[in-house]
Design a protein around this ligand. Structure first.
Ligand code: 5RP
Length: 219
């Protein structure tokens, strides 16, 4: 299967995990887009969705799926989203599409996080994919200097503003041996809104697209 076919396959497989009548948390990116298209096929069986980005909200609405404000939701049984890197114990790097903060918020509310990726995203150690950090614009240089002290090489994502009006620093040259610790450390830097490590709230299930079909990993 091509990478794109794997993404489509895991998006379709995720539908089996959606409770009837529920509001569904929906992520951002090309794999999440395939999931939205699959969700549209069962839209009469769900109440609606909560989106982790303006782009996903627009796509959901284009399929006539009701998009709810997260503040009005008491219970979110499941959140489905892709990842840029994921390990066998379901720690992730996310934010390649710049939606990491809203993704982290929706993931925090959800009872279950189902990650859908093609096999290229499965790694032994996180950090080859540059780790995104959302930063308040006036803190950009300060945060960059702090990251250099931690051994990372930050690069400003050029011409990009998040849905929250902030900038993204992508951190290169990290070998993330302890994702939970690094996630916490980065969050302590003043001016950081959030970072793309999803280790404290990792996925519950990974649906991994492979040449042999969809592999399910639950940790
Ligand atoms: C967006 C994300 C995406 O989940 C991540 O970038 C994976 O994207 P894709 O499914 O296009 O490979 O975190 O902020």
């Amino acid at each position: 299967m091509t990478q794109d076919e794997q993404k489509r396959a895991v998006a379709a497989a995720a539908i089996q995990h959606i409770p009837i009548g529920s509001i569904v948390g929906v992520g951002t990116g090309s794999t999440a887009n395939y999931f939205i298209d699959e969700l549209a096929k069962i839209k009469h069986k769900i109440e609606g969705a909560v989106a982790s980005s303006e782009a996903s909200a627009q796509r959901l609405k284009s399929h006539d799926i009701d998009v709810y404000d997260l503040n009005n939701i008491d219970d979110l049984p499941v959140y489905v989203d892709g990842a840029d890197e994921i390990t066998e114990n379901l720690h992730m790097v996310k934010g390649g599409g710049g939606a990491l903060t809203r993704e982290k918020i929706v993931a925090a509310v959800a009872r279950k996080f189902i990650c859908i990726t093609d096999q290229s995203k499965l790694v032994n150690v996180l950090g080859n994919f540059p780790l995104p950090i959302e930063v308040i614009p006036m803190a950009r240089s300060f945060v960059a200097r702090e990251i250099v002290l931690l051994g990372g090489q930050p690069a400003l994502r050029q011409g990009f503003t998040t849905d929250n009006g902030n900038v993204i620093l992508d951190i290169h040259a990290l070998q993330i041996m302890n994702p939970v610790e690094l996630e916490t450390t980065l969050n302590q830097i003043t001016g950081v809104v959030t970072n793309g490590l999803f280790a404290r709230r990792c996925a519950n299930t990974l649906l991994l697209g492979t040449d042999d079909g969809v592999r399910e990993i639950t940790f």
